[in-house]
Design a protein. Structure first.
Length: 678
RNA sequence: GGCGGGGUAGCUCAGUUGGUUAGAGCACAGGAUUCAUAACCCUGAGGUCAGGGGUUCAACUCCCCUCCCCGCUACCA
């Protein structure tokens, strides 16, 4: 099973260049990848760490249009921002490239041509919606219209968020382009498809049988996709932003981003070294993709099929995907600005990159979604990094200076306690390294802290500050061993906390880059001079984290206000049209949640005319018991409709806030049920 | 709707192929100590392992059902 690889190619998911990166990106992908790579390097292994910005695709063109700039300007801006953020957190890519560059265009086009010449693709001509005003085909996501199932007027071409049904763009009533607001027309277009279905049995053999060691979330997803049957997927798209399809008949078409992006790993490697083929085409190379869970299908199914179809490439040995990180109980969301942005964190906490690395690794979403809170951030800094790690180093160094002018004392005869501690010390690098190789970074970090704990306990048990008065020679041994622990800590901490390790190495006068030296009982030789004690970590006060929480709440609020756009007025209607609507005041008599739905309440309403049942999508904002007795406005002559098998006879009028929350439209004082609203 | 992951101590999480009294860190309580950034060290309390049923000598672990959270369902880590 375990193969002895000669070298490693490690990739981290290409961040999409239409926004900055936040703690979720770091915790989910870049930090674990960086720890893995730093560890491999410290082991002296041959490794290339590859990443870059993903700069193509529709969302970037939309963003450019919104901001009134070119797509290139959009990606230039975010490419730099993202690259700098990673650099500041010491994510040690060997190259951070980008998919809009020349190498990528050539590589991706060449890859396509290779598969095309092999006859891999299927060609299909289909009808798609086309925006005549903007002269472009529309992705399903960019078409809005009325949902044929529930009547929601803001359903997307792929899904209605009101009733949850998944749709085809052609199902929508009154479709409109989100780009121009115009009604799109159907137009014929030809595309090339990657026949994933033809690779099903191969995928089954490769993953379902061959990679049962993959993480449960990854393996489970892959198996479910393969079992569920795969479909051919278009690899081209009608768009002018991307890698042009290298065929005469395909002018105006580009490669679809998911085909283009993973090839970015290869082209980035080309930009890094002329030796790139060794890292992609040699069976002795171990390929590992670090990604988030949303990317599993691309890295485990689609890209491997591309590589397999090409034939010259190796396949990933593992794809350690993480789950998602939440922030203070809510999903991280770029559009809602609910995030801790990396560039902002560093502005607020200069020099504390390692603290965030520590916290995000200790609480990484390795097996399930996790929550980042500022309170936890503070606690981990103060109670763990500072109290256990920093404090141990400080004690050892301060005592050495106090008794021996900062010179490492020589060991005398060892006692049982010393031997036991040295034995434990010896075991740590192997334990931690093994965990890293198994992608269990959280546990590896916790073992790192246990090493610091070992040091603290050793000092507490041997009490050199007491013994110095009675048995000074004994103290020499104790401090020698304490410093050996500190030295090993430096080395094994480097993958996790590179800045701290560097400071520590400077303090102890050692190097950090030799993993093999960690755990040794005599790494520091007698009389070696160490530097003055400097604090590795500072206490983080309550006010500091409170300010961060406040900042988060403020930006959320500001963002909400900014987003509270008023939708444009609809077309004029005649009085007759209006008077067709029969709106009455009614009272809610009963309310209960519709089983197995998130949003639906089944209401019984006294409309004055009758008592009727209405199903309303308001359950997320109201507790059923609490709304009984309230008066509401009811559209009573809306044609009945079955929702979840219950006939809904009318509609409750609601006012919707910017955040999606709802309020009843109700009379300011109690009126008789059945009163007309006109 | 289909599928995947998860539900274990107040909080964040471990728990390998079913096998004694279910573990760790943080928080909490008590003690000890003063070299150290009010830090360290020791001890303790704290769990119907979401709920129900089944298989078994034995179930957190395997099977079935129910509930809850998250995600995917084909371009937001």
């Amino acid at each position: 099973m375990t193969k002895n690889y000669k070298r490693y190619t490690v990739t981290a998911a290409l961040p999409y260049a239409n926004g900055p990166v936040h703690i979720g990106h770091l915790a989910g992908v870049y930090l674990p990848a960086d720890i893995y790579v730093r560890y491999l390097r410290a082991q002296g292994r041959d490794v290339k760490f590859i990443c870059g910005s993903d700069e193509h695709g529709v969302p970037i063109t939309i963003r450019a249009q919104k901001e009134g700039i070119t797509p290139q300007q959009v990606v230039d801006k975010y490419h730099q921002l993202i690259r700098d953020s990673f650099a500041e957190f010491n994510i040690s890519f060997d190259i951070y490239s980008r998919t809009s560059n020349q190498t990528q265009h050539e590589t991706a086009a060449g890859f396509f041509t290779n598969l095309y010449n092999k006859g891999v693709f299927e060609e299909k001509t289909t009808q798609q919606y086309f925006d005549e005003k903007n002269q472009q085909f529309l992705a399903d996501r960019y078409i809005v219209g009325t949902c044929p199932r529930c009547g929601n007027e803001n359903a997307y071409g792929d899904q209605c968020e009101s009733c949850g049904s998944s749709l085809n763009a052609t199902d929508l009533i009154n479709p409109k382009s989100m780009l121009s607001g115009e009604k799109p027309v159907m137009k014929e277009t030809k595309h090339w498809y990657l026949p994933l279905d033809q690779y099903e049995s191969w995928l089954r053999e490769w993953i379902v049988e061959g990679h049962q060691e993959w993480k449960a979330n990854v393996y489970g997803q892959c198996k479910s996709w393969i079992d569920g049957g795969l479909q051919a997927r278009a690899v081209t798209r009608d768009l002018d932003w991307g890698v042009p399809v290298p065929l005469e008949e395909a002018t105006g078409k580009v490669l679809y981003v998911w085909f283009d992006a993973p090839i970015g790993y290869i082209s980035a490697t080309k930009d890094l070294t002329s030796d790139w083929q060794k890292y992609w085409q040699d069976e002795d190379t171990k390929l590992v993709h670090f990604i988030g869970k949303d990317n599993i299908v691309f890295h485990c199914i689609i890209f491997p099929v591309m590589l397999k179809a090409h034939g010259d490439y190796i396949l990933p040995d593992n794809v350690p995907a993480n789950e998602f990180l939440n922030l203070e109980g809510d999903k991280i969301s770029t559009s809602r600005n609910w995030a801790v942005w990396l560039h902002e964190y560093l502005a607020d906490f200069p020099g504390k990159g390692d603290v965030l690395r520590y916290v995000l690794c200790a609480n990484a979403p390795e097996t399930k979604d996790n929550d980042f809170t500022w309170k936890d951030f503070q606690a981990r800094n103060n109670n763990e990094l500072l109290a256990i790690f920093g404090n141990f180093i400080n004690r050892a160094v301060v005592l050495t200076h106090k008794y021996y002018d900062g010179k490492v004392p020589a060991k005398a005869e060892l006692q049982t306690a010393d031997v036991m501690v040295l034995d434990e010390l010896k075991a740590f690098p192997g334990i931690i390294g093994d965990l890293i190789e198994r992608y269990r970074f959280r546990e590896a970090l916790s073992e790192l802290m246990n090493l610091a704990r070992l040091g603290n306990k050793y000092l507490a048990d041997t009490e050199p500050w007491k013994i110095i008065k009675t048995d000074p020679d004994r103290v020499k041994t104790i401090l020698n061993i304490a410093l050996q622990i500190a030295a090993s800590l430096t080395i094994v901490a480097e993958p996790f906390l590179p800045e701290t390790a560097e400071k520590l190495a400077a303090m102890l006068g050692i190097k950090t880059d030799e993993w093999a030296a960690a755990g040794a009982p005599d790494y520091l030789i007698a009389d070696h001079q160490i530097g003055e004690a400097a604090l590795l970590f500072q206490r983080i006060e309550d006010e500091t984290v409170q300010a961060q929480v406040q900042k988060l709440l403020d930006t959320k609020k500001e963002n909400q206000l900014a987003n509270a756009t008023v939708s444009p007025a609809k077309e004029n209607i005649s009085f007759e049209d209006f008077s067709k609507m029969d709106i009455r005041v009614g009272t809610i008599l009963e309310a209960e949640k519709v089983a197995k739905t998130k949003k639906l309440l089944k209401l019984k309403i006294d409309t004055g005319l009758d008592q009727r049942t209405i199903v309303s999508g308001i359950a997320e904002y109201f507790i059923p018991e609490a709304i009984i007795g309230q008066q509401v406005s009811v559209l009573v002559n809306l044609a009945p409709r079955a929702i979840k098998g219950i006939e809904s006879q009318g509609m409750i009028l609601m006012a919707e806030n910017a955040d999606g929350s709802l309020a009843f439209v109700q009379p300011s004082e109690i009126v008789k049920n059945g009163s007309n609203i006109a």
